[in-house]
Design a protein around this ligand. Structure first.
Ligand code: 7TS
Length: 416
């Protein structure tokens, strides 16, 4: 467990010791890694969990009677329980391992959508969704004849919640799919209120938690979510593993997503019956090491304290916003109040393409992302083709933010 300076504050310099990758020079400068919304770094206990799994326990799960298979199954199912606790789910059978957020959303759009949507039904999306929470719904809409409705954004990057009652009044919305936190704006969405209104209208809510679960305490029941999707690699775990949480009765009623081994109860020539939850949705040999490592990542984050992570990030956001707002020609996207946003700071600089900003920062060892961030509807809404984006996590320091701001000063000098 990383040490912290006071019971309440997270000390990022103590945490950094757990992340060996951060201790390196890039282009002759110490690395300032500010691309955490894309993927986070991996602490030593998680690296060790992966190695230990392959060194000591590797075997396929739920199959053999032998000792290694028993151990790998215990580790795999134990990790599921840890992840369930991380999001406040009491029933680990409601936690389905997936490849990540994208696959979790595709699972719901495909399996739930095919069984529940028909022509004239509506799916509520928002203009701030990541493409992972748009395209799967477009595909199921094309297959079923359902229609997509959109909640629009205000000038500060918040959802226009005042439009929701009007959309729901039509009585055709069956499901809403809304991000917990926007990767392109940093906005923390009022998920609880959206859930309340959707449920009152007889609709369900899927929450895209890719940028939520890694950064703040999550309680799926308290949020009022019916489905919650997130990825291991954005929360100190490895790539290729993620989670779909869903309410048991909904998952029970859904048809399988993929067919294959592990997900059946009995196979006949013409039909099969399905395994119990959550295995019904886990066809084929799963990413066992990934799941075990995601469990280790949850243990690690739990040790730091999820409520500290968001507070720490918001402090860095405040520092970044103050610096950016003082720079002429800089436009910051998303809510002005740091309390309304998680650790994502997108911006543009007049006369400079975001890719040039990112390239110059990279030459100074500062890693940010530039582009549309898989949120082209956000870019369209604010009339830009791309933004530069700094995104923070528990190991980022005030010095990292200073390096960003100093780097941007040099960008301004180069581009005049
Ligand atoms: N939803 C949101 C809100 C995201 O930010 C991302 C990834 C995804 C879904 C997809 O997650 P995956 O793990 O299945 O790929 N976001 C980003 C990003 O902002 N930059 O790179 C990936």
């Amino acid at each position: 467990m990383p040490s912290v300076s006071t019971p309440d504050a997270l000390d990022p310099s103590a945490v950094r010791g757990d992340f060996p990758i951060l201790d390196q020079q890039v282009h002759g400068h110490p690395l300032a890694y500010l691309d955490n919304a894309a993927t986070s770094q991996t602490p030593t206990p998680v690296l060790e969990a992966i190695q230990s799994y392959y060194r000591n326990d590797n075997a396929n799960v739920h199959r053999g009677i032998h000792e290694l298979s028993r151990r790998s199954t215990d580790a795999y199912e134990g990790a599921r329980m840890k992840v369930a606790r991380w999001i406040g789910a009491e029933d680990a059978g409601e936690v389905v391992w997936t490849r990540g957020t994208t696959e979790a959303i595709n699972l719901v759009a495909s399996a739930w959508g095919a069984a529940n949507l028909e022509e004239g039904d509506e799916i509520l999306l928002t203009d701030m969704e990541h493409h992972s929470n748009l395209v799967p719904w477009q595909l199921v809409a094309a297959r079923t004849g359902a229609r997509l409705r959109y909640l629009e954004l205000d000038d500060e990057g918040r959802l226009r919640l005042e439009d929701l009652p009007g959309i729901l009044a039509g009585g055709r919305v069956r499901i809403g799919a809304v991000g917990h936190v926007s990767n392109a704006l940093g906005t923390i969405n009022p998920v609880r209120e959206i859930a309340r209104q959707l449920h009152a209208a007889g609709a369900l809510l899927l929450v895209d938690g890719a940028q939520g679960a890694p950064h703040a305490p999550v309680d799926v029941a308290e949020l009022g979510a019916d489905f919650y999707a997130f990825s291991g690699h954005k929360m100190c775990g490895p790539t290729g593993i993620g989670v779909l949480w869903g309410r048991r009765e909904l998952l029970e009623a859904m048809p399988p997503y993929q067919g294959g081994g592990e997900m059946i109860s009995e196979v006949q020539r013409d039909y099969s019956t399905w395994a119990e939850l959550p295995h019904k949705f886990e066809a084929g040999t799963p990413n066992i090491a990934g799941a075990v490592a995601m469990g280790a990542a949850v243990d690690y984050l739990d040790g730091v304290g999820p409520e500290r992570i968001l507070v720490h990030e918001q402090g860095l956001v405040r520092q970044a916003l103050e610096g950016l707002q003082a720079m002429p020609g800089v436009r910051v996207f998303g809510p002005r109040d740091p309390e309304g946003r998680a650790g994502v700071v997108p911006f543009t600089m007049e006369g400079t393409h975001p890719h040039d900003i990112a390239t110059i920062l990279d030459s100074q060892g500062v890693a940010i992302r530039a582009g549309h961030h898989c949120a082209q509807l956000v870019m369209k809404r604010y009339g830009v083709s791309a933004t530069a984006r700094a995104s923070f996590y528990l190991y980022n320091t005030a010095d990292d933010v200073d390096r960003l701001l100093d780097g941007l000063e040099s960008v301004r000098e180069i581009f005049g």
